[in-house]
Design a protein around this ligand. Structure first.
Ligand SMILES: Nc1ncnc2c1ncn2[C@@H]1O[C@H](COP(=O)(O)OP(=O)(O)O)[C@@H](O)[C@H]1O
Ligand SMILES: [Mg+2]
Length: 320
């Protein structure tokens, strides 16, 4: 076996396990039982992972542990082969509320983070870098405004620009769009998707919105209810990665995937509370059967003399 093969297989294992969460547990002082225990999952380099679970199951606590802002009671978090301990500019965080400095303009808010990350940079270099990321979230026209002069959506965009601007190894998002109206949320989701596919950013994002998870995530972690919550299941999103919000619900497998997530939230998350979820969650692919059935039917119609009418294909997708 060549050394070259050996080195490349180690590299691909490192990429597959870019972030490793092992046996994580958290018991807050004064409480007798853990919020969660035996939380185990991996995130691959460049993967977009969403976590869904009912309020209070410990999602924000997990994100804070990944950010190094909170200490776990048990377990380890290893990122890129190094144990996470304490906050670092290797990780960018976007909180539920925007957390901007109100006395600074958009430019100054983003520049503050950039200067912390690269203190040796020349002011002209900082300026160019800041303008690039503010432009990326479509806010060039508001770059010299203060947060009080911006809408809720614009403030969240600044938070996203600031997190991307430090070019973190990992981006952590805690329900970043929760407070936004549906229209603004949709636009920013599209922007985030575009930026992530251009930058291959590794993302861990909390959401309570199953449609948001299906649009954005490669992998969806389902958390059982607390106390003693766990990541009960890893759901692989096998819809095409270049998915679009407007047409996503026409993809074969979309409804199977969506129903699976909703069923978990409605009933299974409760049944799996109090440590009844497995410590090592199984991975499931709810869209696969419908997708291969649809692919089979397309194949059958391809071999026929005349192509199947579009309406019947759509119908098959729905019932598959
Ligand atoms: N600093 C804290 N001290 C004590 N209990 C906390 C603290 N932060 C969160 N909790 C409790 O831990 C549980 C999980 O909280 P959180 O991680 O915010 O859940 P989620 O983000 O899933 O809604 C909740 O019951 C909450 O009350
Ligand atoms: Mg939370």
């Amino acid at each position: 076996m060549s050394t070259e093969f050996h080195t490349s297989s180690i590299a691909s294992l490192r990429d597959a396990q870019f972030l490793q969460v092992q046996g994580l547990a958290k018991t807050y002082p004064g409480s007798t039982e853990p919020v969660f225990d035996e939380v185990n999952f991996d995130i691959a380099r460049g993967e977009f992972v969403c976590i869904i679970g009912h309020s209070g199951c410990g999602k924000t606590t997990i994100l804070n542990v990944l950010a190094g802002l909170e200490e776990a009671s048990q377990g380890n978090v290893i990122m890129d082969n190094r144990e996470v301990s304490g906050p670092s500019l290797e990780r960018g965080v976007v909180f539920q509320s925007h957390a901007l400095m109100p006395w600074l303009t958009v430019r100054q808010n983003v520049a503050f983070a950039v200067k912390s990350r690269w203190p040796e940079w020349h002011p002209a270099q900082v300026k160019l870098h800041v303008e690039k990321y503010v432009d990326m979230v479509g806010l060039s026209h508001a770059i010299d405004k203060k947060p009080s002069q911006l809408s809720g959506g614009m403030k969240q965009r600044v938070g996203i620009a600031r997190a991307f601007a430090i070019e973190p190894k990992m981006l952590l998002l805690d329900e970043p769009f929760g407070a936004l109206d549906a229209l603004t949320r949709g636009t920013i989701q599209d922007e985030l998707l575009k930026i992530c596919s251009a930058t291959h950013q590794t993302v861990f994002m909390i959401t309570h919105d199953v449609d948001e998870a299906i649009l954005l995530a490669d992998k969806i972690l389902l958390m059982s209810n607390g106390p003693i919550a766990r990541v009960a299941e890893v759901v692989r999103n096998t819809l095409p990665r270049d998915r679009q919000r407007a047409s996503l619900h026409h993809e074969p497998g979309f409804y199977e995937l969506r129903n699976h997530l909703v069923d978990f939230l409605v009933s299974r998350s409760k049944d799996l509370s109090r440590g009844r979820a497995p410590a090592h969650p199984p991975e499931v692919r709810p869209a696969d059967a419908a997708r291969s059935a649809a692919a089979g039917s397309n194949l059958a119609s391809d071999t026929a003399l005349a192509p199947a009418p579009a309406a019947s294909v759509t119908h098959l997708h729905r019932v598959a």
